[in-house]
Design a protein around this ligand. Structure first.
Ligand code: IMP
Length: 184
């Protein structure tokens, strides 16, 4: 299905649906290998990671648990400030659990650094980060991504869960949003 209505707002397609599918499957296979005999708790950071989360989970051949967390970081719509607030917390404790945080994109690294600290503070046995995209050029806090989909340049992208003002999350490809749409 060609999503012309959404794609017209992108200057280019960065990753196609097919490329994403192949990579997500590889990440799921790697997690399956690394967590043999374990039952990791997979934490989806809403809303951006939701599409990646369900695809990744279904690529994992292990009993996993699903948890959801929503956070907001203060700042304008294309930039984060590093001040993170939990809007929706996990349903169950992660004490003594192997936790994998699933995020859409690591930009400055401020959001994930905060969440990582928070999970370790709650007594998680181990903690890993799975992020579909990484924009290393923008990093403000050093952060290791254990399961990384793609490294991308410093451009604002939408699709496959990623939004601009809540739009484009349902785009199947990932595209670079036309600058004139957010630079005004
Ligand atoms: P960080 O704290 O700067 O690493 O921010 C990460 C969050 O910023 C992500 O979870 C996204 O919600 C948002 N974000 C960063 N870059 C982009 C982008 O290119 N498109 C859409 N959202 C983005």
């Amino acid at each position: 299905m060609k999503q012309t209505c959404l794609l017209k707002d992108c200057s280019k397609i960065l990753l196609t649906e097919e490329e994403i599918k192949v990579r997500v499957k590889e990440l799921g296979e790697q997690i399956t290998k690394d967590y043999q005999g374990k039952e990791p708790v997979m934490v989806c950071i809403l809303k951006g990671a939701s599409v990646f989360f369900v695809d990744l989970l279904r690529s994992i051949n292990l009993p996993v648990r699903m948890e959801f967390m929503a956070v907001s970081s203060y700042g304008n719509s294309t930039d984060t400030s590093g001040v993170v607030r939990i809007l929706k917390d996990l349903d169950h404790s992660v004490y003594g659990k192997d936790v994998i945080i699933v995020e859409d994109i690591v930009d400055t690294g401020l959001t994930l650094s905060y969440i990582k600290r928070e999970m370790l503070g709650r007594g998680a046995t181990s903690l890993a980060i799975a992020a579909l995209l990484d924009k290393p050029e923008r990093r403000k806090k050093p952060l290791e991504v254990d399961y990384k989909g793609f490294t991308i340049p410093n451009e604002f992208v939408v699709g496959y869960g990623l939004d601009y003002q809540e739009r484009y999350r349902n785009m199947r490809d990932i595209g670079v949003l036309k600058e004139e749409l957010y630079s005004k």
